[in-house]
Structure formats: C-alpha cells, structure tokens
Design a protein around this ligand. Structure first.
Ligand code: ATP
Length: 219
C-alpha cells in the first residue's frame, strides 16, 4: 500500500511540528503558509514547501491539495482564514480534513462545516499538565470522548506486590485495566492474578470522574 500523503496549511508552532514529524517518519508532506519566511523554515525538511494563501480557492486547486489523503489546517489566530480554508477544502473534496481550533466556539463551527476532526492542542496539553500536577503518577491522559478517557498510571507504592484481583479497580472505581506496560513489553491481556511490580505502568480506561477518584486515591 502506498504511503499516505499529507498537506499541512499554516506553519506556526503546531503546523510546523506536525509537518516536520511526518517528514521525519518518511511521509510525503506539502507544507503551505502565506508567510514566505515560515515556508523557508521548513523547506529543507519537507517534500514541498510553498507560499500560498489558503483562502484563495484557485491557489488551492492549482496546488492539487485535494489529492492529498489528509490535510491539516493549522491556522489558529485568524479564525476567519481557518473557517474559509476549511470550507474551500471541503468543497474541493479533500478526503480527510483535520483542523486546529482556537476555542470551543471555533471548534463548533469547524464541526458544522464538515471538518472530519477538530483538535485543540493548547486545551489538551493544558489538561494533561493539570492531570499530571494533581497526580504525578499519571503519565498519559487520552480523552476518548467528553466522558471517557484512558490513563497511564505509574504504579504507586501501595499497589506493589498486589494483583489485579486484589486491587479490584473494576468494583471500586468502575474502571478497567486494559494493559500492563513493563519496560518495552506490553501485556494487553493481563490476568487477574498477575502481581504488580514497581516498574509497571497500568493502562486504565474509565469514566472521567471515576478515573479522577482512582487517581486521587493513589496520588
Ligand atoms: P501556533 O500556536 O501553532 O504557533 P497559531 O495558532 O498562533 O499557531 P497562527 O500563527 O495564527 O496560529 O497561524 C499559523 C500560521 O498560519 C502562520 O504562520 C500564518 O502565516 C499562517 N496563515 C494564516 N492565515 C493563512 C492563510 N490564509 N493562508 C496560509 N497561511 C496562513
């Protein structure tokens, strides 16, 4: 199967980091920004870097943006430009459109006009940092929906030596241990009698409020 091709529009901190990482992973990346200097900054990293205004439908058509598998619109501050760009790319028939939103309202509009996925990098990173501050044992927090998340919990001292049956997070907190990470190994079918060691990381899914209770209990 040929590798997916990506176009990234808006080369601020977010857009340029998405573009650079995809390139480093060996993917074809078209990077677009109206600011020539931003384009130059990534020109040596990505496959093609072009200066263009993404609210110019003809320019987007001429660049063949609709032929890319995924297009990421990473324009933040100029909400009008972000919305117009999204509309234009939807009309051109881009198969998958991922758009960065500046705030909840911006996100709502983007969803309404057909963005396939709306991301809130600042909000999500803020949430992660806050979770980590409340419970330093939380290494990762992934929102599955507004109500459910997956967390990675570094094993607190009180868990060491116990097994999943004894911990019984399902009955106590209504959460499920999906997997246990140990170094580079990942046990995705942990058994109830597996004893937990100091180096383990538990991957747990649950409702947000239940996970918070569990995080606080083991903070
Ligand atoms: P970040 O937080 O990722 O640094 P940001 O949310 O502050 O970015 P901006 O700096 O407003 O977002 O925009 C990101 C980039 O998008 C800028 O480099 C800007 O030049 C570019 N941009 C804005 N409008 C357009 C447009 N119409 N066409 C092409 N690029 C645009």
């Amino acid at each position: 199967m040929p590798k997916k091709q990506f176009a990234i529009i808006g080369l601020g901190r977010f857009g340029s980091s998405v573009a650079t990482f995809l390139s480093q992973m060996g993917y074809e990346v078209l990077a677009i920004d109206e600011d020539e200097e931003r384009v130059q900054d990534v020109a040596n990293t990505v496959t093609h870097a072009v200066s263009a205004d993404s609210t110019d439908e003809e320019a987007m058509r001429a660049l063949g943006v609709r032929n890319f598998d995924v297009v990421v619109v990473a324009i933040g501050q100029d909400i009008q430009a972000s919305i117009l760009t999204t509309l234009i790319l939807k009309d051109l028939g881009v198969p998958k459109l991922i758009v960065k939103a500046q705030n909840e309202l911006h996100g709502k509009v983007l969803n309404k006009i057909g963005a396939d996925k709306v991301v809130f990098p600042e909000r999500d990173m803020g949430l992660r940092v806050a979770h980590h501050l409340i419970s330093p044992n939380i290494l990762e927090h992934i929102e599955l929906s507004t109500d459910y998340s997956i967390v990675e919990l570094r094993v607190p001292a009180s868990m060491i030596g116990k097994n999943l049956k004894q911990l019984d997070v399902r009955a106590k907190y209504g959460c499920n241990v999906l997997a246990i990470k140990r170094g580079n190994d990942m046990n995705v079918a942990p058994s109830a009698d597996q004893a937990i060691t100091e180096e383990d990381i538990l991957v747990i899914v649950g409702r947000n409020e239940q996970l918070t209770k569990l995080e606080q209990a083991y903070a």
